[in-house]
Design a protein around this ligand. Structure first.
Ligand SMILES: Cc1ncc(COP(=O)(O)O)c(C=O)c1O
Length: 387
Protein backbone atom coordinates (compact mmCIF):
# COMPACT_ATOMS: atom_id res chain seq x y z
CA UNK A 1 0.00 0.00 0.00
CA UNK A 2 1.19 3.54 -0.70
CA UNK A 3 2.10 5.89 2.15
CA UNK A 4 -0.98 7.65 3.47
CA UNK A 5 -1.32 9.80 6.58
CA UNK A 6 1.30 12.33 7.63
CA UNK A 7 3.35 11.67 4.50
CA UNK A 8 0.52 13.09 2.39
CA UNK A 9 -0.38 15.96 4.69
CA UNK A 10 1.86 18.46 2.83
CA UNK A 11 -0.38 18.01 -0.22
CA UNK A 12 -3.00 20.02 1.68
CA UNK A 13 -2.82 23.50 3.20
CA UNK A 14 -4.51 22.24 6.39
CA UNK A 15 -3.27 23.80 9.63
CA UNK A 16 -0.48 21.49 10.82
CA UNK A 17 -1.27 22.11 14.47
CA UNK A 18 -4.82 20.71 14.20
CA UNK A 19 -5.89 17.08 13.99
CA UNK A 20 -8.51 17.49 11.28
CA UNK A 21 -11.25 14.90 11.71
CA UNK A 22 -14.05 16.69 9.92
CA UNK A 23 -13.56 16.24 6.22
CA UNK A 24 -17.29 15.59 5.99
CA UNK A 25 -18.62 19.11 6.51
CA UNK A 26 -16.86 21.04 3.77
CA UNK A 27 -14.07 18.84 2.40
CA UNK A 28 -10.53 20.19 2.18
CA UNK A 29 -8.88 21.12 -1.08
CA UNK A 30 -5.28 20.12 -1.81
CA UNK A 31 -2.74 22.64 -3.04
CA UNK A 32 -2.60 21.16 -6.54
CA UNK A 33 -6.32 21.73 -7.07
CA UNK A 34 -6.19 25.24 -5.62
CA UNK A 35 -3.38 26.00 -8.07
CA UNK A 36 -5.41 24.55 -10.93
CA UNK A 37 -8.26 26.82 -9.89
CA UNK A 38 -5.92 29.83 -9.84
CA UNK A 39 -4.82 29.01 -13.39
CA UNK A 40 -8.44 28.91 -14.56
CA UNK A 41 -9.08 32.23 -12.81
CA UNK A 42 -6.01 33.80 -14.43
CA UNK A 43 -7.22 32.65 -17.85
CA UNK A 44 -10.71 34.02 -17.14
CA UNK A 45 -9.44 37.40 -15.98
CA UNK A 46 -6.91 37.77 -18.81
CA UNK A 47 -9.74 37.95 -21.33
CA UNK A 48 -13.12 37.75 -19.56
CA UNK A 49 -15.19 38.18 -22.70
CA UNK A 50 -13.42 35.51 -24.70
CA UNK A 51 -13.43 33.19 -21.67
CA UNK A 52 -17.20 33.47 -21.20
CA UNK A 53 -17.68 32.78 -24.92
CA UNK A 54 -15.58 29.63 -24.56
CA UNK A 55 -17.22 28.63 -21.28
CA UNK A 56 -20.13 26.52 -22.65
CA UNK A 57 -17.66 24.23 -24.41
CA UNK A 58 -15.29 24.14 -21.42
CA UNK A 59 -18.15 23.28 -19.07
CA UNK A 60 -19.43 20.51 -21.29
CA UNK A 61 -15.91 19.03 -21.51
CA UNK A 62 -15.70 19.06 -17.69
CA UNK A 63 -19.25 17.67 -17.44
CA UNK A 64 -18.38 14.81 -19.79
CA UNK A 65 -15.51 13.65 -17.63
CA UNK A 66 -17.31 14.17 -14.29
CA UNK A 67 -20.49 12.48 -15.55
CA UNK A 68 -18.44 9.42 -16.48
CA UNK A 69 -16.92 9.42 -12.98
CA UNK A 70 -20.35 9.26 -11.31
CA UNK A 71 -21.89 6.92 -13.86
CA UNK A 72 -24.31 9.03 -15.88
CA UNK A 73 -24.38 10.30 -19.45
CA UNK A 74 -23.24 13.94 -19.87
CA UNK A 75 -26.51 15.17 -21.40
CA UNK A 76 -28.23 14.20 -18.13
CA UNK A 77 -25.58 15.78 -15.92
CA UNK A 78 -25.33 19.44 -14.88
CA UNK A 79 -23.05 21.27 -12.53
CA UNK A 80 -24.70 23.10 -9.65
CA UNK A 81 -23.05 25.05 -6.86
CA UNK A 82 -23.72 22.41 -4.24
CA UNK A 83 -26.05 19.61 -3.23
CA UNK A 84 -28.45 22.09 -1.62
CA UNK A 85 -28.86 23.91 -4.95
CA UNK A 86 -29.45 20.58 -6.68
CA UNK A 87 -32.15 19.56 -4.20
CA UNK A 88 -33.82 22.96 -4.55
CA UNK A 89 -33.80 22.67 -8.35
CA UNK A 90 -35.61 19.34 -8.27
CA UNK A 91 -38.07 19.88 -5.48
CA UNK A 92 -39.07 23.38 -6.55
CA UNK A 93 -39.60 22.27 -10.15
CA UNK A 94 -42.19 19.64 -9.24
CA UNK A 95 -45.89 20.45 -9.22
CA UNK A 96 -47.01 19.34 -5.80
CA UNK A 97 -50.45 20.17 -4.44
CA UNK A 98 -52.43 20.24 -1.25
CA UNK A 99 -52.66 16.82 0.34
CA UNK A 100 -49.59 15.41 -1.45
CA UNK A 101 -46.86 13.97 0.76
CA UNK A 102 -43.10 14.32 0.54
CA UNK A 103 -41.41 11.47 2.36
CA UNK A 104 -37.94 11.56 3.85
CA UNK A 105 -36.35 10.22 7.06
CA UNK A 106 -35.41 11.79 10.37
CA UNK A 107 -31.74 11.58 9.23
CA UNK A 108 -32.32 14.15 6.45
CA UNK A 109 -29.76 16.96 6.27
CA UNK A 110 -30.97 20.15 8.00
CA UNK A 111 -30.81 22.41 4.93
CA UNK A 112 -32.66 19.85 2.83
CA UNK A 113 -35.33 19.56 5.52
CA UNK A 114 -35.78 23.34 5.32
CA UNK A 115 -36.15 23.16 1.53
CA UNK A 116 -38.78 20.45 1.88
CA UNK A 117 -40.57 22.44 4.60
CA UNK A 118 -40.62 25.48 2.32
CA UNK A 119 -42.04 23.53 -0.61
CA UNK A 120 -44.60 21.91 1.67
CA UNK A 121 -45.61 25.33 3.03
CA UNK A 122 -45.99 26.87 -0.42
CA UNK A 123 -47.87 23.97 -2.05
CA UNK A 124 -49.97 22.64 0.82
CA UNK A 125 -48.11 19.32 0.65
CA UNK A 126 -47.19 17.52 3.87
CA UNK A 127 -43.64 16.62 4.88
CA UNK A 128 -43.41 13.15 6.42
CA UNK A 129 -40.23 11.94 8.15
CA UNK A 130 -39.94 8.20 8.61
CA UNK A 131 -38.33 7.76 12.05
CA UNK A 132 -35.17 5.66 11.96
CA UNK A 133 -33.78 6.72 15.32
CA UNK A 134 -30.15 6.07 16.22
CA UNK A 135 -28.37 3.67 16.46
CA UNK A 136 -29.72 1.88 13.39
CA UNK A 137 -29.46 -1.90 13.69
CA UNK A 138 -29.54 -2.89 10.03
CA UNK A 139 -30.01 -1.72 6.45
CA UNK A 140 -33.32 -3.57 6.38
CA UNK A 141 -34.58 -1.38 9.20
CA UNK A 142 -34.16 1.70 6.97
CA UNK A 143 -35.93 0.11 4.00
CA UNK A 144 -38.77 -1.08 6.23
CA UNK A 145 -39.24 2.34 7.83
CA UNK A 146 -39.52 3.98 4.42
CA UNK A 147 -41.82 1.24 3.11
CA UNK A 148 -44.14 1.73 6.08
CA UNK A 149 -44.54 5.41 5.26
CA UNK A 150 -45.09 5.24 1.50
CA UNK A 151 -48.77 5.71 0.84
CA UNK A 152 -51.20 6.74 -1.86
CA UNK A 153 -50.47 10.39 -1.22
CA UNK A 154 -46.67 10.07 -1.43
CA UNK A 155 -45.55 12.07 -4.45
CA UNK A 156 -41.82 12.26 -3.78
CA UNK A 157 -39.24 10.43 -1.68
CA UNK A 158 -36.02 12.24 -0.75
CA UNK A 159 -33.39 9.93 0.64
CA UNK A 160 -29.79 10.37 1.73
CA UNK A 161 -27.08 8.21 0.25
CA UNK A 162 -24.91 8.91 3.32
CA UNK A 163 -26.61 10.68 6.19
CA UNK A 164 -24.89 13.64 7.79
CA UNK A 165 -25.61 13.22 11.53
CA UNK A 166 -25.25 9.43 11.66
CA UNK A 167 -22.66 8.87 8.89
CA UNK A 168 -24.73 5.85 7.81
CA UNK A 169 -24.50 4.65 4.21
CA UNK A 170 -28.14 4.00 3.32
CA UNK A 171 -29.18 1.00 1.24
CA UNK A 172 -30.08 3.34 -1.61
CA UNK A 173 -30.45 0.72 -4.32
CA UNK A 174 -33.08 -1.11 -2.28
CA UNK A 175 -34.83 2.14 -1.36
CA UNK A 176 -34.94 3.28 -4.98
CA UNK A 177 -36.28 -0.14 -6.07
CA UNK A 178 -38.97 0.11 -3.38
CA UNK A 179 -40.01 3.59 -4.56
CA UNK A 180 -40.08 2.57 -8.20
CA UNK A 181 -42.23 -0.45 -7.39
CA UNK A 182 -44.61 1.91 -5.60
CA UNK A 183 -44.54 4.31 -8.57
CA UNK A 184 -43.14 7.15 -6.47
CA UNK A 185 -40.33 9.36 -7.86
CA UNK A 186 -37.18 9.43 -5.75
CA UNK A 187 -34.44 11.99 -5.31
CA UNK A 188 -31.15 10.69 -3.89
CA UNK A 189 -29.10 13.18 -1.91
CA UNK A 190 -25.61 11.86 -2.52
CA UNK A 191 -23.83 14.94 -1.10
CA UNK A 192 -21.29 12.71 0.67
CA UNK A 193 -21.10 9.83 -1.77
CA UNK A 194 -18.54 10.65 -4.50
CA UNK A 195 -15.12 9.76 -3.11
CA UNK A 196 -16.51 8.03 -0.02
CA UNK A 197 -18.25 5.15 -1.79
CA UNK A 198 -18.38 4.03 -5.41
CA UNK A 199 -21.21 5.98 -7.04
CA UNK A 200 -22.90 4.71 -10.18
CA UNK A 201 -25.86 7.02 -10.64
CA UNK A 202 -27.55 5.17 -13.51
CA UNK A 203 -27.21 1.84 -11.72
CA UNK A 204 -29.02 3.33 -8.71
CA UNK A 205 -32.02 4.00 -10.92
CA UNK A 206 -33.21 7.09 -9.04
CA UNK A 207 -35.16 9.77 -10.85
CA UNK A 208 -32.75 12.46 -9.68
CA UNK A 209 -29.44 12.40 -7.87
CA UNK A 210 -27.47 15.31 -6.45
CA UNK A 211 -23.92 15.21 -5.15
CA UNK A 212 -20.79 17.15 -4.38
CA UNK A 213 -17.30 17.09 -5.80
CA UNK A 214 -16.13 19.48 -3.08
CA UNK A 215 -16.53 17.07 -0.18
CA UNK A 216 -14.78 13.70 -0.50
CA UNK A 217 -13.24 14.36 -3.93
CA UNK A 218 -11.63 17.53 -2.56
CA UNK A 219 -12.60 19.84 -5.44
CA UNK A 220 -12.62 23.60 -4.74
CA UNK A 221 -15.80 24.65 -2.96
CA UNK A 222 -18.88 25.21 -5.08
CA UNK A 223 -18.69 22.07 -7.22
CA UNK A 224 -21.88 20.04 -7.04
CA UNK A 225 -23.93 18.17 -9.62
CA UNK A 226 -27.47 17.21 -10.49
CA UNK A 227 -28.13 14.11 -12.58
CA UNK A 228 -31.48 13.09 -14.05
CA UNK A 229 -32.66 9.64 -15.14
CA UNK A 230 -33.00 8.53 -18.74
CA UNK A 231 -36.79 8.51 -18.86
CA UNK A 232 -39.63 10.97 -19.25
CA UNK A 233 -39.70 13.12 -16.13
CA UNK A 234 -41.03 16.58 -15.30
CA UNK A 235 -38.62 19.26 -16.55
CA UNK A 236 -36.21 20.37 -13.83
CA UNK A 237 -35.15 24.01 -13.86
CA UNK A 238 -32.30 25.71 -12.01
CA UNK A 239 -33.17 27.97 -9.08
CA UNK A 240 -32.29 30.96 -11.31
CA UNK A 241 -33.82 31.16 -14.79
CA UNK A 242 -31.61 32.74 -17.45
CA UNK A 243 -30.63 32.63 -21.15
CA UNK A 244 -30.75 28.85 -21.40
CA UNK A 245 -34.44 28.61 -20.47
CA UNK A 246 -36.32 26.17 -22.70
CA UNK A 247 -33.15 24.96 -24.41
CA UNK A 248 -32.79 21.70 -22.54
CA UNK A 249 -31.48 20.52 -19.22
CA UNK A 250 -27.76 21.14 -19.73
CA UNK A 251 -28.21 24.55 -21.39
CA UNK A 252 -30.52 25.77 -18.62
CA UNK A 253 -28.05 24.84 -15.88
CA UNK A 254 -24.81 25.78 -17.67
CA UNK A 255 -25.67 29.47 -17.74
CA UNK A 256 -27.60 31.06 -14.90
CA UNK A 257 -25.90 34.44 -15.01
CA UNK A 258 -22.31 35.54 -14.50
CA UNK A 259 -20.57 33.31 -11.97
CA UNK A 260 -17.15 31.96 -11.12
CA UNK A 261 -17.17 28.55 -12.85
CA UNK A 262 -13.64 27.58 -11.84
CA UNK A 263 -14.64 25.05 -9.15
CA UNK A 264 -16.53 23.07 -11.81
CA UNK A 265 -13.67 23.33 -14.28
CA UNK A 266 -11.41 21.77 -11.64
CA UNK A 267 -13.83 18.94 -10.83
CA UNK A 268 -12.28 16.56 -13.43
CA UNK A 269 -8.88 17.17 -11.78
CA UNK A 270 -10.45 16.32 -8.42
CA UNK A 271 -11.70 12.99 -9.80
CA UNK A 272 -8.20 12.30 -11.19
CA UNK A 273 -6.62 13.28 -7.85
CA UNK A 274 -8.85 10.76 -6.09
CA UNK A 275 -7.89 8.04 -8.57
CA UNK A 276 -4.19 8.93 -8.25
CA UNK A 277 -4.50 8.45 -4.48
CA UNK A 278 -5.77 4.95 -5.07
CA UNK A 279 -9.50 5.36 -5.81
CA UNK A 280 -11.16 2.31 -4.33
CA UNK A 281 -8.02 1.37 -2.34
CA UNK A 282 -8.10 4.83 -0.75
CA UNK A 283 -11.78 4.49 0.14
CA UNK A 284 -11.20 1.07 1.70
CA UNK A 285 -8.21 2.37 3.66
CA UNK A 286 -10.19 5.37 4.91
CA UNK A 287 -13.03 3.08 6.00
CA UNK A 288 -10.67 0.80 7.95
CA UNK A 289 -8.95 3.75 9.60
CA UNK A 290 -12.15 5.44 10.71
CA UNK A 291 -13.68 2.19 11.98
CA UNK A 292 -10.61 1.31 14.05
CA UNK A 293 -10.62 4.82 15.51
CA UNK A 294 -14.37 4.67 16.21
CA UNK A 295 -13.95 1.33 18.02
CA UNK A 296 -11.27 2.86 20.28
CA UNK A 297 -13.40 5.89 21.07
CA UNK A 298 -16.44 3.72 21.76
CA UNK A 299 -14.34 1.53 24.05
CA UNK A 300 -13.05 4.54 26.01
CA UNK A 301 -16.57 5.93 26.33
CA UNK A 302 -18.21 2.56 26.98
CA UNK A 303 -20.64 3.34 24.18
CA UNK A 304 -21.20 2.30 20.59
CA UNK A 305 -21.32 3.30 16.93
CA UNK A 306 -24.32 4.65 15.04
CA UNK A 307 -24.69 1.46 12.98
CA UNK A 308 -22.95 -1.83 12.20
CA UNK A 309 -19.47 -1.15 10.81
CA UNK A 310 -20.30 -2.35 7.29
CA UNK A 311 -22.96 0.40 7.07
CA UNK A 312 -20.35 3.16 7.39
CA UNK A 313 -17.96 4.66 4.83
CA UNK A 314 -15.16 7.11 5.64
CA UNK A 315 -17.07 8.66 8.55
CA UNK A 316 -18.34 7.16 11.79
CA UNK A 317 -20.55 8.54 14.53
CA UNK A 318 -19.94 7.38 18.10
CA UNK A 319 -22.31 8.05 21.00
CA UNK A 320 -20.94 10.34 23.71
CA UNK A 321 -22.75 9.34 26.91
CA UNK A 322 -23.40 11.79 29.72
CA UNK A 323 -23.32 15.01 27.69
CA UNK A 324 -26.10 17.00 29.33
CA UNK A 325 -28.15 18.84 28.46
CA UNK A 326 -28.14 17.05 25.12
CA UNK A 327 -28.47 20.16 22.97
CA UNK A 328 -26.61 22.32 20.46
CA UNK A 329 -24.92 24.64 23.00
CA UNK A 330 -23.49 21.58 24.79
CA UNK A 331 -22.34 20.16 21.45
CA UNK A 332 -20.60 23.43 20.58
CA UNK A 333 -19.00 23.66 24.02
CA UNK A 334 -17.54 20.14 23.73
CA UNK A 335 -16.37 20.90 20.19
CA UNK A 336 -14.65 24.10 21.29
CA UNK A 337 -12.95 22.42 24.26
CA UNK A 338 -11.68 19.59 22.05
CA UNK A 339 -10.21 22.17 19.71
CA UNK A 340 -8.74 24.44 22.38
CA UNK A 341 -7.23 21.75 24.58
CA UNK A 342 -6.50 18.91 22.21
CA UNK A 343 -6.31 20.64 18.82
CA UNK A 344 -8.94 18.24 17.47
CA UNK A 345 -11.51 19.43 14.94
CA UNK A 346 -14.54 17.14 14.95
CA UNK A 347 -18.29 17.84 14.99
CA UNK A 348 -20.54 16.98 17.94
CA UNK A 349 -24.16 16.35 17.03
CA UNK A 350 -27.14 16.12 19.41
CA UNK A 351 -29.37 13.66 17.59
CA UNK A 352 -32.25 11.32 18.51
CA UNK A 353 -31.91 12.08 22.22
CA UNK A 354 -28.15 11.43 22.50
CA UNK A 355 -24.88 13.25 21.77
CA UNK A 356 -22.74 11.89 18.92
CA UNK A 357 -19.25 12.68 17.71
CA UNK A 358 -18.69 12.22 13.97
CA UNK A 359 -15.15 11.47 12.92
CA UNK A 360 -13.79 11.18 9.41
CA UNK A 361 -10.78 9.69 7.66
CA UNK A 362 -9.16 10.95 4.48
CA UNK A 363 -5.80 10.28 2.87
CA UNK A 364 -3.97 12.74 5.16
CA UNK A 365 -5.24 11.13 8.41
CA UNK A 366 -3.52 8.38 10.35
CA UNK A 367 -4.15 6.45 13.56
CA UNK A 368 -2.27 9.01 15.69
CA UNK A 369 -4.85 11.68 14.78
CA UNK A 370 -7.50 9.90 16.83
CA UNK A 371 -5.32 8.87 19.78
CA UNK A 372 -6.71 9.92 23.16
CA UNK A 373 -9.92 11.32 21.65
CA UNK A 374 -12.18 9.00 23.64
CA UNK A 375 -10.43 9.88 26.92
CA UNK A 376 -10.52 13.59 26.08
CA UNK A 377 -14.26 13.39 25.50
CA UNK A 378 -14.77 11.52 28.76
CA UNK A 379 -12.92 14.22 30.69
CA UNK A 380 -14.74 17.10 29.04
CA UNK A 381 -18.16 15.54 29.54
CA UNK A 382 -17.40 14.85 33.22
CA UNK A 383 -16.26 18.44 33.66
CA UNK A 384 -19.42 19.85 32.07
CA UNK A 385 -21.75 17.58 34.04
CA UNK A 386 -24.04 19.63 36.28
CA UNK A 387 -23.39 19.48 40.04
C1 LIG B 1 -26.64 14.67 3.33
C2 LIG B 1 -26.29 16.08 2.96
N1 LIG B 1 -27.00 16.72 2.03
C3 LIG B 1 -26.72 17.97 1.64
C4 LIG B 1 -25.66 18.64 2.18
C5 LIG B 1 -25.40 20.04 1.74
O1 LIG B 1 -24.21 20.12 1.03
P1 LIG B 1 -23.83 21.55 0.43
O2 LIG B 1 -23.61 22.45 1.60
O3 LIG B 1 -22.60 21.30 -0.35
O4 LIG B 1 -24.99 21.97 -0.37
C6 LIG B 1 -24.88 18.05 3.17
C7 LIG B 1 -23.76 18.76 3.77
O5 LIG B 1 -23.03 18.28 4.60
C8 LIG B 1 -25.20 16.73 3.57
O6 LIG B 1 -24.50 16.10 4.52
Amino acid sequence: MRDYGAALRPLWTLDKSVRFLNHGSYGATPKALLEAQSRWRARMEAQPVRFMAELPGLLRDAATSCAAFVGVSPDRFAFVENATAGVNSVVRSLCLSRGDEILTTDHVYGAVRQTLRHVAATTGARLVEAPLGLPVASAGRIVDAIAQHIGKRTKLVVVDHIASPSAIVFPVREIVALCRDAGVPVLVDAAHAPGQVHLDVDALGADWCVGNFHKWLCAPKGAGFLAIADRALPAIHPPVISHGYGQGFAAEFDWIGTRDPTAWLCAPDACAFHDDLGGEALRRRNHTLVIEAAREIAWALKSGLSAPEHMLGSMASVRVPGATPCDLPTALRIHDLLLERHAIEAPLVPFCGAMWIRISAHAYNEAADYRGLGEALREIVAELAPG
